[in-house]
Design a protein around this ligand. Sequence first.
Ligand SMILES: Nc1nc2c(c(=O)[nH]1)N[C@H]1C(S)=C(S)[C@@H](COP(=O)(O)OP(=O)(O)OC[C@H]3O[C@@H](n4cnc5c(N)ncnc54)[C@H](O)[C@@H]3O)O[C@H]1N2
Ligand code: MOO
Length: 583
Amino acid sequence: MPVVAFVGRSGAGKTTLLCAVVRILAAQGIRVAAIKHAHKGFEIDYPGKDSMRLREAGANPVLLLSPMRRAWLEEVAPAAEPDLWEAVASLGRSPIDLLLVEGFRAEGMPKIELYDPSLGQLLCERDPDLLAVASEGALSPPDGPVSFDRNDAEGVALLILQAAGLAPRSQGGGNGSFPRARGPLPLQEARRILWEAMTPERMAAEEVGLSQSVGRILATDLASPVDLPSAPTAAMDGYAVSAAHLGEQGREFSLAGTSAAGAPFLGSPSEGSCVRIFTGALLPEGTDLVIPQEEVVLQGEKVLLPGGRCVGENVRLKAESLAQGQELLSAGTRIGPRMLALLSAVGREKLPVRPRLRVGLLCTGKELRPLGKPLGPGEVYDSNRVFLSAALAELGVDLIDAGIVDDDPELLEEKLDRLAEKVDLLVTTGGVSVGEGDYVGKLLAQRNAIVFRQIAVKPGRPFLFARWRGRPLFGLPGTPAAVFVLFYDLVGPLLRRRMGESPSRERMRLPALSRMQKRAGRTEYRACRLVAGPRGEPAFHPVSRTDGAGLLPSASADLLALLPEESECIEVGERVEVIFLPR
Ligand SMILES: Nc1nc2c(c(=O)[nH]1)N[C@H]1C(S)=C(S)[C@@H](COP(=O)(O)OP(=O)(O)OC[C@H]3O[C@@H](n4cnc5c(N)ncnc54)[C@H](O)[C@@H]3O)O[C@H]1N2
Ligand code: MOO
């Protein structure tokens, strides 16, 4: 949920502007929640009221519920500052598009400062989160934050909509400093808006057992509770002895006993004795190295050990692999088998993971048939739904598949409404172009839900981003090749960001091995194979000369190349951004 704070010195007019902005946003159908910083011990309850009597009797929290309003009265542990983010998390899954906060200047979030020079300096001058300043008459800083007159609530509201990636319902306002893109948005610009709109959801973590955690995103950093190994152990099968007893020349030793993994030798061998030891077994007290059995000569009851060895040879020291308190995994890690191995080795049975994101999927088109049904004239199998269900499942989301919907505006609206109630985010395919039957784009435009429409890419140009009932909505074109590229370049990475996953290293620049022509003014996607270049270095070439990113090339591609917007031709050897594709 986007959060914007109104900060400023007392008396600068925060609440007045905030109320005016809320009024404008609410009138546009944006569901705004507000949090106000208050001083300790405020009271909204009245002496003698039942709620206060219950509270005084020791009930905590006390909830007051009526059919039209509810209040939550809770005594919290006294602290220097109230915990904003805990309160934000407790808003949970309330249907909110935007949270406006009054105060909490020290927290990291976009801020608008109400500034009155007669009350003192600007508070957030050095704060990188400062979005705008509102004061008596707009200031005109050379290159500072945007500036507004403090009565320009329209301008501030529009700025907030832009910053939050919400759909602006009106144009103009402010300093006129929000140019709206005409025609398709450059990919970089679309990426920036999407990235800001899809910040990680602040949701409480869930505890899951290790075996249920594969594919989930770790919610907090984890440190090792133990040392590994917990004490020195043998790294080879052989004989444990003390370097001091061994000396430079080597000599005969008697055998004091055996130390095996799980069955240690208890006690400490005397001057002339050594201990038979196996890999992983605890090193007996008083010994400090292991001589591999291949280097030892057995003579009846005696063992001839070679000399000139160093302390610690063939020994794994205490905490050599892991020290207690050492960081194991950081928040945002996607859990896979390798992480399970690490966590089980330190005895961790449960993990805090981020809740699953609920994603609703809807494919539109009269011509679509599910697999297994015979095709009529002009009909096609719904391959987008098959692809997206599998690709979304791979990301570990909770998928709610609403199936296929005909190109019928009323049906579509009803389906979207019902789906939006159950999910955090919507993905649709088809119906975003300009034809008579393309109702997705039309409906969203009529409901003022579109944040942007069309990006300068091929394929995938009609991609749109909207808000439906407060939920982000990715409107993918119907063309399967466009769905494929947009999923791997935008939708997938954005969902992963929303889920709190740390950015991964699936993108890099690689040299092209063939010359590729394109049109300037748009980013073109090409399905490509990873190959070895002339000196064995990683390089790539397109799967197909003709079909940039069709379904057939996509199925055999290793990576997706993004041929840059400005160029008309990629020369052999030129480095280009590529995205590695999962299997
Ligand atoms: N006059 C214009 N026509 C088109 C433009 C344009 O700018 N002006 N843009 C073209 C581009 S680019 C694309 S991409 C498509 C996008 O159209 P829609 O999103 O409205 O998609 P549909 O018309 O519903 O379908 C397009 C195509 O894809 C097939 N399809 C749709 N859904 C599925 C599915 N689930 N599984 C498999 N195949 C699917 C559908 O049968 C169509 O063949 O518009 C161009 N037109
Ligand atoms: O952009 Mo569309 O996806 O080329 O066919």
